[in-house]
Design a protein around this ligand. Structure first.
Ligand code: ARG
Length: 616
């Protein structure tokens, strides 16, 4: 049994004929073979143009001679037609049969051999002051699917996240809890622990707002307005002044900043409180990850890596790569690559976002000796990652040529950007619960799962609901900003996961009804219907789609592929009979074909982190 794909066979035959007819040598791989456009006859198209110059012949001259040589005595090609510089080829039934057989016998179809390379993929990377939201969901889905895709491509994949667990934000939640909770805990309140911490973050902001609006009536504030000459646009002025107020006047602002200093000083109670609250958050996050089916191989914490970053920054001042300003702060000048001067350490020695990323990157390489590193982070941080990669390059890090920022567009609501201040954050847990209950409603409405146990049913609701949500987000190219309409995310019609899952389920239900098949049926002489050829052509290209999705960091390629394959299958199912097929050959061939389609659908959706239900 040969294991070359139908496209590879075409490439080889073309290369052979070019050698025998034109005395022209070309690597089979370099022969461009596309799918034939719908308006022409044929299934595959050889592009002739690239040979014109070398052969000093016109496209029709080459095309005609090449076609004759390919078709003459061939059991692979049935027919051909030439359109300008394109040679369209119609494949023989036996070529399609062979291709289907090859796919069915390849146990690791679409799974590439191990290549010995290590890739680390960072995703999710939350801050610890509030729960995960819709933006994190997109991030997580991209991270998980990239990891699965790279695994299929033969890489050893290490899934990681950095938890930004220190800084002023978590101190705000800590402060509010310490002063306004009366000792309430997630257990005593029955609130999911990350939501509980988030509640105190919100509380902090409420108190701050109140304090601020009282202050705006004070003599201090009035004097300030006068010196700034802002009498005419008071409100506007105060809106923009909030940060300054927090830093210069606010009571709870200074108390919170003190907390941060105490934290940096390792003050026992502060550290204990910090640990308590962060642990609550982690417990809450873990529940959300579990619901989404996500796990990590290793977790890094900013509270550990920032120190490392500081050490390296100091080290590279000595080496002359970074410089110290008069006030003691440390910088790197990236102006020659059209980035700015970048601060790496503040004058008081405290570290910035970049500091920890330098430390984290170094640590990761030390831990795993990775060949490449991917950061899944929203495009609002494009600049940060450009600068980070440039800095690591100048530091001479061995992996610095293999850094990749999987930058994705922000998720917005039909009403605009999510804003916590306006309460328009779509919470990840709420969303997950909603899509699952929506799936339950729609399955119940349709009926048909009555004989299953409650566990089986609830598993199916999860597969459908989560599938719908995941697919809805992943089908959008990562580069594109997405407008997330919660209603559409639970839609079960159109280009959705349930539509694709339904193709799989249809075939599974046929399988259950089949009973014993006659075993001695030889369908190799069966004459294929065009819809059957379409399906074989589609499953045949699956490995290429996996490769493309990986190379482009674009799982939406697999999402679209799955949809098209499902659509073809639904059409095949509607137009051709399977169990009641016209002949035993047709029946068994269609079952063999359906089996492979179902397998490929399950694999492709599996790489997106989406499960297939057996029934729905
Ligand atoms: N926690 C950060 C945020 O929420 C994202 C961290 C991204 N990763 C990194 N290595 N900087 O904005």
């Amino acid at each position: 049994m040969q294991n070359r794909s139908i496209v590879q066979i075409i490439q080889e035959k073309v290369a052979q004929c070019l050698a025998s007819e034109f005395n022209f040598t070309i690597e089979p791989n370099d022969v461009v073979v596309n799918e034939t456009k719908k308006e022409f006859d044929g299934e595959y198209t050889v592009v002739i143009f690239p040979f014109v110059k070398a052969l000093k012949m016109s496209p029709p001259q080459i095309g005609e001679k090449l076609a004759a040589a390919l078709i003459n005595g061939s059991d692979i090609f049935k027919n051909s037609n030439l359109v300008a510089g394109f040679l369209n080829l119609e494949m023989s039934d036996s070529a399609w049969q062979t291709e289907l057989l090859r796919v069915s016998q390849d146990e690791s179809f679409g799974v590439f051999p191990k290549n010995g390379k290590k890739i680390m993929i960072e995703f999710s990377s939350p801050n610890t002051n509030k729960p995960l939201h819709l933006g994190h969901v997109r991030n997580i889905l991209l991270g998980v699917s990239s990891a699965l895709i790279y695994e299929a491509l033969g890489y050893e994949v290490i899934k990681t996240k950095i938890i930004n667990d220190r800084g002023i934000a978590i101190c705000k939640s800590m402060y509010a809890w310490e002063h306004y909770s009366n000792g309430e805990t997630p257990e005593s309140s029955g609130i999911k622990p990350d939501h509980f911490v988030g509640k105190y973050y919100v509380k902090f902001n409420e108190i701050l707002n109140e304090e601020y609006s009282n202050w705006q009536k004070s003599d201090n504030a009035n004097a300030l307005i006068e010196t700034k000459g802002a009498q005419a646009h008071r409100e506007d002025f105060f809106k923009k002044y909030k940060n300054n107020y927090f830093n210069e006047y606010s009571q709870i602002g200074s108390a919170t900043k003190q907390m941060l200093l105490d934290w940096e000083d390792n003050k026992e109670e502060t550290i204990a409180l910090w640990k308590k609250m962060n642990n609550w958050v982690y417990a809450g996050f873990d529940e959300t990850y579990a619901k989404m089916g996500v796990n990590f191989d290793i977790i890094y914490y900013e509270s550990e890596t920032y120190k490392l970053g500081r050490k390296y920054v100091e080290e590279f001042v000595e080496k002359g790569l970074f410089y110290r300003e008069e006030d003691g702060s440390i910088w790197i000048d990236l102006e020659d690559v059209n980035l700015d001067k970048k601060i790496l350490l503040r004058s008081d020695g405290t570290s910035v976002y970049m500091t920890q990323d330098i430390g984290t990157a170094k640590q990761r390489y030390e831990d795993y000796g990775i060949d490449s590193m991917v950061y899944v982070v929203a495009d609002e941080q494009n600049y940060h990652f450009k600068a980070l990669f440039e800095i690591l390059k100048r530091m001479g890090e061995p992996y610095s040529e293999a850094l990749f920022h999987l930058s994705y567009g922000m998720v917005e609501l039909p009403t605009g950007r999510m804003k916590s201040r306006e309460g328009t954050i779509v919470d990840a847990d709420d969303l997950i619960a909603e899509v699952i209950s929506e799936a339950e409603n729609s399955v119940k409405e349709k009926g048909g799962l009555e004989e299953l146990t409650d566990d089986q049913k609830s598993n199916i609701y999860k597969q459908i609901g989560l599938g719908a949500l995941k697919y809805h987000m992943i089908k959008v190219n990562p580069k594109k900003k997405m407008i997330f309409d919660p209603k559409e995310s639970v839609d079960m019609q159109g280009q959705t996961a349930p539509y694709i899952q339904n193709a799989f389920v249809r075939f599974k239900s046929i399988e259950r009804k089949l009973g014993e098949l006659k075993t001695d049926i030889d369908y190799s002489a069966y004459t294929l219907h065009p819809l059957e050829k379409d399906l074989i052509q589609s499953i045949s290209k699956y490995p290429e789609i996996v490769k493309e999705a990986g190379q482009q960091f674009d799982p939406s390629a697999l999402a679209n592929y799955s949809y098209n394959l499902a659509k073809q299958f639904h059409k095949f199912y509607q137009e051709l009979r399977i169990i009641t097929a016209e002949s035993e050959e047709a029946k068994q061939f269609r079952i063999a074909l359906g089996t492979e389609v179902a397998k490929v659908l399950e694999k492709a959706m599996g790489l997106l982190g989406i499960e297939m239900p057996e029934r729905m």
